[in-house]
Every structure is written in structure tokens, then in C-alpha cells.
Design a protein around this ligand. Structure first.
Ligand SMILES: [Zn+2]
Ligand SMILES: [Zn+2]
Length: 82
């Protein structure tokens, strides 16, 4: 005899849909670099945004945030020494 009253909240669905944004829509609030995913943007903000580059070139004062970039720099600039 009980009425099956399933709580149905259309508002929640609408909110979820509007939160599901497409890729490439998460700009960093500090440097405005666009990220595909919010978690990537948050990670960038915490780890690298506004921070000094951490890797330094062994041959000159050049600094880089990414190992790969430093390797490219060394190959391009210091190809005579190595
Ligand atoms: Zn940033
Ligand atoms: Zn260098």
C-alpha cells in the first residue's frame, strides 16, 4: 500500500551536465595556459605555475622545467661540447 516515492532531482542532473565541460576549457587562473582537464590544471597550478625552473643546464645558466626541454637545449646549444 506504500507509494514508491523515488526521489527524483532533475536539478542535480542539470548541474552535473553543466559541470561536464568539454576538453580544453580549463585555463590556469595565473598564466592562462589552457588545460584539457581540470585536474591537469590544478596539478600545473600546484607544481609548476609561477615556480622557478628546477633543472639547470650543466654547461650554462640556462634552466628548464622539463627534462626533455633541457635535453633539447643541450643538444641545440652545447652540441660542440658533447
Ligand atoms: Zn599556470
Ligand atoms: Zn646550456
Amino acid at each position: 500500500m506504500e507509494t514508491m516515492n523515488i526521489p527524483y532531482l532533475p536539478n542535480t542532473l542539470v548541474q552535473q551536465q553543466s559541470n561536464m565541460r568539454g576538453p580544453g576549457e580549463f585555463p590556469c587562473p595565473q598564466c592562462f595556459k589552457i588545460y584539457k582537464y581540470k585536474r591537469s590544471m590544478i596539478a600545473h597550478l600546484k607544481i609548476e605555475c609561477g615556480k622557478e625552473p628546477q633543472l639547470s643546464c650543466p654547461y650554462c645558466p640556462h634552466r628548464s622545467k622539463k627534462n626533455h626541454h633541457l635535453a633539447v637545449h643541450i643538444r641545440a646549444i652545447h652540441k660542440d661540447i658533447i
